[in-house]
Write a protein that binds this ligand. Structure first.
Ligand code: SF4
Length: 503
């Protein structure tokens, strides 16, 4: 779908394309018409666009998806998300209804269609990316579905040809009591009902809002949103699997591969939500010897790594990486970091340490290595988002976020060891974790541990809402916690992501 005058494919490679891959060699270019505002993205685009459009459209969609992910991370309600996203969607990916009579409807829908498929290519490479992409695209679809023109929305649903089996009147009467109990509807005959395989409506099943019988879920018409959204996700998940299998063929196209790699990297950037001002200015430079004391202010992910390191005199690779980046973020110098790890790995010789571990620490700081270290700064500390969306740690590994990786009982006993002893808070943490709201649990613990100081800065107005916004980064957790515990010591100003502290 890229216009040929922008092609940078080595012409010598074209004749060698495998005949089985003809669909890539000879795509049937075709302009599509978009009757509906909403799209299930079933038919891939085949018309021509420029490389610039390819990249700009994808970046626009990426911006929208990232903001949506931010909303879910900040635990915004559906209404808050809708309000927050309105201007962002209008700016990056406007999509108007037919009734708006806009003259650029087709252009908007084309951009929406193409950008979806471009990101599908970029984010189908790993299971983690596929899962995130599917979740965010589903959020976007739901948002648009809800605010679509009612008549046009129904026309769209009718056009999908979904195979929902209607529940006949006789069966509806027979099951009246069960349907009423499950749906909460007093009069079950006031609306139509559908039977679908229960796996197709996991959300309704999970919330116990449907009656189940012989593998079928009985869904009232008012739950159409859930049905359509579940179908959207199911089809997208299947399509992503297929895309992943076709992906190696794209390696032949040296126009697209770098753009796609760049897009997926910006989606997984480890430094999201980190700013260099997360290093604590008021803290005199930490040293290898001061880490034990400072660790009382660390978030649970880093406290867990610290305790494991102290218990075993060792940490596996990903744990070392996560912890070294965090320590670098709080201002530990490379030299002190090397001393810290050398002293911590008590059971090995200097020679083994120098040979197997030192290089990695220097690499983290950008002292050696290429790629991400090109500008000599090394890697940036991992955000909660990065830590929370990585594969779960294997046996013997301790990295990740304990709110996600530990069983609830072990998590609670770990929290108790760190001093969280209020039953109500621990109960709320259990609830948060059950709902997979891990960073909310972490923020809850932070607020409990600093409740007196938070009250003080709120009461005297020295910190505003922005400075006390949800914590999204382990280094912000440390910085905010440290500053709160050192209030009034003369060097403390305001604290927040990306804000300068005042002397
Ligand atoms: Fe660490 Fe973030 Fe998990 Fe808190 S939510 S423990 S800061 S990764």
């Amino acid at each position: 779908m890229i216009r040929q005058d922008f092609s940078r494919v080595d012409p010598k490679r074209r004749p060698n394309i495998d005949p089985k891959r003809r669909q890539f060699a000879d795509p049937g270019f075709k302009q599509q018409d978009y009757d509906h505002r909403l799209n299930f993205y079933v038919v891939p685009p085949t018309a021509e666009i420029t490389l610039e459009e390819f990249e700009v459209w994808a970046i626009g969609r990426l911006k929208v998806l990232s903001e949506l992910e931010g909303c879910s991370f900040r635990n915004r309600s559906q209404e808050e998300t809708t309000t927050y996203m309105t201007s962002i969607l209008e700016k990056h990916m406007p999509l108007h209804a037919n009734s708006s009579r806009s003259g650029i409807l087709q252009d908007e829908r084309k951009k929406d269609h193409y950008s979806h498929f471009i990101l599908r290519l970029a984010f189908s490479a790993t299971e983690d990316l596929r899962r995130r992409f599917s979740r965010l695209e589903t959020m976007l679809f739901r948002l648009r579905f809800k605010d679509d023109d009612l008549k046009e929305r129904q026309q769209f649903v009718d056009s999908l040809g979904l195979e929902w089996e209607r529940v006949e009147e006789e069966e509806r009467r027979e099951l009246g009591a069960e349907l009423s109990a499950a749906s909460g509807l007093k009069k079950v005959d006031e609306q139509g009902w559908f039977k679908v395989d229960w796996e197709r409506v996991p959300e309704l099943v999970e919330q116990r809002r449907v009656f189940l019988k012989r593998g079928k879920a009985y869904v009232p018409a008012r739950e159409q949103l859930s049905l359509v959204v579940a179908e959207f996700t199911r089809r997208l998940d299947e399509a992503l699997e297929l895309t992943a299998r076709a992906l190696p063929r794209l390696d032949e196209d040296d126009r697209l591969a770098p753009i796609l790699a760049h897009l997926s990297q910006s989606f997984t950037a480890p430094d999201a939500a980190y700013s260099s001002s997360d290093a604590v200015d008021g803290l005199s430079a930490p040293t290898a010897a001061s880490i034990d004391t400072l660790s009382q202010h660390f978030p649970l992910c880093m406290q867990n790594l610290h305790q494991t390191l102290r218990a075993n005199s060792h940490l596996k690779h990903y744990g070392r990486l996560q912890y070294s980046l965090f320590l670098k973020g709080i201002g530990l110098s490379l030299e002190e970091c090397i001393v810290f790890w050398r002293r911590s790995f008590k059971l090995i010789t200097d020679e083994k340490f120098a040979k197997e571990y030192k290089y990695n620490i220097r690499h983290v700081y950008g002292d050696v290595g290429g790629d991400a270290n090109r500008r000599g700064r090394g890697y940036t500390p991992y955000s909660c988002q990065k830590i929370l969306t990585e594969a779960l740690p294997g046996p013997g590994q301790s990295h990740g976020c304990p709110y996600r990786t530990f069983s609830t009982d072990i998590l609670v006993s770990l929290l108790q060891k760190t001093g969280v002893n209020e039953r109500e808070v621990l109960g709320q943490v259990r609830e948060d974790v059950k709902k997979q709201r891990y960073h909310i649990a972490c923020n809850r613990v932070f607020e409990w541990a600093h409740k007196r100081e938070i009250k003080k800065v709120k009461d005297d107005g020295s910190w505003g809402a922005a400075e006390l916004d949800t914590i999204l980064h382990p280094n912000t957790y440390f910085k905010r916690g440290w500053l709160l515990k050192h209030l009034g010591e003369g060097n403390v100003g305001v604290v927040g992501d990306g804000e300068k502290m005042e002397e």
